[in-house]
Design a protein. Structure first.
Length: 214
């Protein structure tokens, strides 16, 4: 909802299919590529999490098993994607590189003008200084970078954060630039709505002071 007309989507990680399930609900999406490093994730998700994995079976979707870092760097066409979603594991080991400036530069180059990225961004309850550091790295590449959070009961802290950045220096990603009617929101979403979109960027005082200063 932070992009006016997202047609080509790339998901890095997210092999369980959950992100794809939500992406293909939008009629404007024409093609969605997913690159996950572990073939077992989509295979087992189809077996044990069919409601989530249904996104993997959509006709708009192409699944690639491989290193997402290398996919973005070498295989993603320049100015090809409207939106890149990084649904990664925590920033430890090899996944750490998905939170560094070089990765954001590769994403920037793979995006069309006005393109948007969103990437997993930890919880402010657990790693506030890390969030600030990643935001600074992302701001060296993208003109607009914001951090939002949502309720996620399956995480130990009960919340998870995510960065949203755009190549458009005039766009306020904290406000939806597209919207569904209230009836459509009830039909398609259990959590998201226009008000939640904006409220996700409202931070507790301590987190706001650290993150907004980054």
């Amino acid at each position: 909802m932070s992009h006016p007309n997202p047609r080509n989507i790339l998901v890095i990680g997210g092999g369980d299919g959950g992100v794809l399930r939500e992406v293909v609900k939008h009629d404007c999406v024409e093609k969605a590529d997913l690159c996950d490093i572990d073939e077992a994730v989509p295979r087992l998700s189809k077996k044990y999490l069919p409601h989530m994995a249904q996104g993997l079976e959509n006709r708009k979707v192409t699944v690639v098993i491989g290193d997402g870092l290398e996919f973005v760097k070498k295989e993603a066409s320049k100015n090809h994607y409207d939106l890149i979603i990084t649904d990664s594991s925590d920033p430890e080991g090899p996944a750490r590189k998905l939170f560094e400036k070089e990765y954001f530069e590769d994403c920037y180059n793979a995006l069309r003008e006005g393109g948007v990225i969103t990437t997993q961004g930890e919880s402010f309850w657990e790693n506030l200084n890390f969030i600030a550091g990643v935001k600074r790295a992302c701001k060296e590449v993208f003109p607009i970078v914001e951090w939002a959070w949502s309720s996620t009961p399956t995480y130990p802290s009960g919340t998870i954060g995510y960065f949203v950045a755009t190549k458009d220096p005039l766009r306020d990603v904290r406000r939806p630039v597209r919207s569904f009617s209230r009836e459509e929101e009830r039909k398609y979403f259990k959590y998201y709505n226009q008000d939640i979109h904006s409220a996700s960027f409202v931070l507790p005082t301590e987190a706001r002071e650290v993150i907004e200063a980054a």
